[in-house]
Design a binder for this molecule. Structure first.
Ligand SMILES: *[C@@H]1O[C@H](CO)[C@@H](O)[C@H](O)[C@H]1NC(C)=O
Ligand SMILES: *[C@@H]1O[C@H](CO)[C@@H](O)[C@H](O)[C@H]1NC(C)=O
Ligand SMILES: *[C@@H]1O[C@H](CO)[C@@H](O)[C@H](O)[C@H]1NC(C)=O
Ligand SMILES: *[C@@H]1O[C@H](CO)[C@@H](O)[C@H](O)[C@H]1NC(C)=O
Ligand SMILES: *[C@@H]1O[C@H](CO)[C@@H](O)[C@H](O)[C@H]1NC(C)=O
Length: 640
């Protein structure tokens, strides 16, 4: 029986240095918990200590197990061989502490760029490949990359053939990309040292196929599988001196039968680690053979399942034929309906209104990108349906609805300060993950209260992220529909379509001001002082040190510290500064919110000089001439 894994990611802070390569690719926790968590944690801690000491002794691969009490633990860790021992240990330490997010789950795996760590309550060292894994593709670049793709293809193909024949199952190689601008492509392949050469080759063949789904217009890609890892990039992630000479392992391509392979591994193992391991290998091979009778058991509890394919008629039935009463909301990319599936679970179904053929072509690969995003402040994509008359996305359902309802709807004024602060903090963490921690940079482009949903504990989950990626590049840049939402869109994006992560930082700042004040960003705040919208009003109050006047009157003053709210307002204003370089990154925002101390570099609107944006009733945007620096001003909205 294969246990279906619940996969989720919690927010994890990267250590200051990027050397240990702690970019998170996958964190998966088994759905089943251990029964005796004290023994389990004690076993886990001891095996981690053991693994760490092995890794600190110039090895890149280590396993350790403790099976003496009720909770057996098997652990495997591996660093990419280009890592120094120090960086390898740094990566392992990060992984060992991050994997605690799985709490008492009886299995977990965390794959990072620099290393991976996995534990299970049963033996898994010889597992090679499992269904459900896909290429993890990095950021898209402009087209015209066929030279690059061809070069990467050759390089990865060579690596997938050679690596299983190399002692230690690791190879790094580069190749020149000869084109108008000659550059270099870098790639590595690696297998767990406990699998067989055949297993390694099979695993890498699957990985090669998966990762090549990326290479058409993506400058870096990775493939993760149970027993192997592959990565390519147009920028160097190891030193030029650290490559492997794989040519000798390509020559005897035809002659290498499986018998010679077995000789190779035993020889390699003897040379590498010593006699004890041979014995272990033999035991493992035997063990594996004995397990073959139950193939379902070959896979650990934390194998990834990938996005689920839903059947159109099931979803139609679940939403009562997309009945009006089931409608939860209307988003930029289509309407969302509540649905109850056969097992009784409640889901949200989004009918995508992007109908072009290019969108359909992109759909499955983009859905994969989004479905691999696991963070507690981001709505989970559970699956999709692309085989019906329209494209449907199946999402996590949030019973409490959106933040908009709590700010301006039926529940207006009901959130206390702690709840509001949690929403601000969680939203910041979700955005920081999308921008900086996921292996693809995802810019949301449309952060606003109706896209921030609340779970049962009023923790925020951001919805609709990544959907802009479904559109072809040119469409996102010309269609005003996706220029964000008026009032929340950063000026440089609304006017010049200049897109960067800081577009989200700006919208976040506006949403924070709304959460603090309980007022809509587009409402005129102060009749007597002219048409001041919320942001302008906030700056004016801030500059006269009166920013506490902004605070929602529904908030009980005994429930918050004035200093805390002042700080949050200052951070919000900081986020709305221009030029974009003045705005903090979202991870900086998380840090500032987390930090007890006061904000050091207070925000200033001195630099704001974008001109006044006038938006008429038809939502078309025009700009007036830049004003003088002194009265340079914010987004102003007229003719509502
Ligand atoms: C496993 O434990 C965690 C907390 O330790 C809990 O939140 C979760 O519901 C448990 N899962 C199961 C299936 O019991
Ligand atoms: C295991 O290690 C973690 C983190 O280092 C620690 O918090 C926990 O108390 C340890 N548990 C046991 C049973 O030693
Ligand atoms: C370190 O590795 C060497 C061989 O590479 C081995 O002889 C020694 O026992 C190892 N030490 C530890 C503490 O594992
Ligand atoms: C792959 O290997 C073949 C045979 O050694 C070699 O001719 C070719 O240049 C290699 N391709 C790349 C991209 O390294
Ligand atoms: C080649 O490089 C130059 C300068 O680095 C750049 O302007 C140009 O766009 C590049 N050409 C291509 C085809 O990438």
């Amino acid at each position: 029986m294969v246990v279906v894994a619940v996969v989720f990611l919690v927010y994890l802070t990267n250590p200051a240095s990027s050397q240990p390569q702690t970019n998170i690719l996958i964190l998966a926790c088994s759905m089943a918990n251990v029964t005796n968590s004290r023994d389990f944690y004690s076993n886990l801690n001891q095996t981690f200590v053991n693994i760490r000491s092995q890794l600190s002794n110039n090895t890149y691969f280590a396993t350790a197990e403790l099976t003496r009490n009720s909770v057996p633990v098997y652990v495997m860790a591996q660093c990419r061989n280009y890592m120094s021992t120090r960086d390898c240990l740094g990566c392992f330490d990060f992984a060992a502490s991050s994997i605690r997010a799985c709490a008492a789950a009886n299995g977990a795996r965390l794959v990072l760029d620099g290393c991976f760590l996995r534990y299970e309550s049963s033996y898994f060292y010889t597992d090679t490949t499992a269904r459900g894994y896909q290429g993890l593709c990095g950021n898209r670049i402009s087209s015209g990359q066929s030279v690059f793709e061809t070069a990467v293809d050759g390089l990865l193909s060579n690596l997938s053939i050679a690596t299983s024949k190399i002692n230690g199952f690791y190879a790094a190689a580069t190749t020149l990309v000869v084109g108008t601008n000659t550059s270099t492509a870098y790639a590595i392949a690696q297998c767990a040292e406990t699998i067989s050469p055949d297993g390694c080759r099979n695993c890498l063949q699957v990985a090669y196929k998966n990762v090549m789904n990326c290479a058409t217009d993506v400058i870096d890609g990775r493939a993760v599988d149970t027993g192997c890892f592959m990565r390519y990039s147009g920028t160097s992630f190891f030193r030029n001196t650290q490559t492997t000479d794989i040519a000798p392992f390509l020559r005897d391509r035809e002659t290498s039968g499986s018998s010679s392979n077995k000789g190779a591994i035993i020889g390699g193992v003897v040379g590498g680690v010593g006699g004890l391991i041979i014995l272990l290998t033999v035991v493992l091979l035997w063990y594996r053979r004995s397990k073959r009778t139950a193939p379902g058991n070959l896979y650990g509890a934390t194998e990834l399942q990938g996005p689920k394919d839903y059947i159109y008629s099931d979803l139609k039935k679940a939403t009562k034929n997309f009945r009006e009463e089931n409608k939860l909301g209307e988003g930029g990319f289509g309407d969302v309906y509540k649905g109850v599936v056969k097992d009784g679970n409640i889901i949200a179904v989004k009918r995508l209104t992007i109908g072009s053929n290019t969108a359909k072509d992109n759909f499955e690969s983009e859905v994969r990108v989004i479905s691999n995003v696991h963070h507690r402040n981001l709505i989970r994509l559970l699956g999709c349906c692309s085989k019906g008359p329209e494209l449907l996305l199946v999402l996590e359902y949030m019973a409490n609805g959106s933040l908009e309802k709590y700010l301006y709807g039926e529940k207006q004024g009901s959130l206390n300060w702690k709840q509001r602060y949690d929403i601000i903090f969680g939203t910041a963490k979700g955005l920081a993950y999308l921008h900086e921690q996921y292996h693809v940079t995802i810019i949301h482009r449309d952060i606003k209260p109706s896209n921030i949903l609340l779970d049962n504990d009023f923790q925020p989950k951001i919805a609709d992220f990544g959907l802009a990626r479904l559109l072809p590049e040119d469409q996102t840049h010309t269609s005003t529909r996706f220029a964000g939402t008026l009032g929340y869109a950063a000026p440089e994006y609304a006017i010049h379509k200049q897109l960067s992560e800081k577009v989200d930082t700006y919208s976040f700042g506006i949403v924070v001001l709304e959460i603090v004040s309980g007022k809509r960003c587009t409402d005129v705040q102060n009749e007597s002082a002219g048409d001041q919208i919320l942001l302008e009003h906030a700056w004016n109050l801030y500059e006269t040190r009166m920013h506490l006047k902004l605070v929602d009157e529904n908030l009980d003053p005994s429930n918050y510290k004035e200093e805390d709210i002042k700080k949050v307002i200052e951070i919000a204003l900081m986020c709305t500064q221009s030029p974009v370089s003045m705005r903090p990154t979202m991870s900086k925002v998380v840090m500032l919110l987390n930090n007890q101390s006061r904000v050091q570099n207070l925000p200033s609107r001195q630099n704001v000089n974008l001109g006044v944006i006038r938006i008429d009733m038809n939502n078309s945007i025009s700009t007036t001439k830049s004003m003088s620096n002194a009265d340079a001003t914010m987004t102003a909205i007229t003719g509502r």
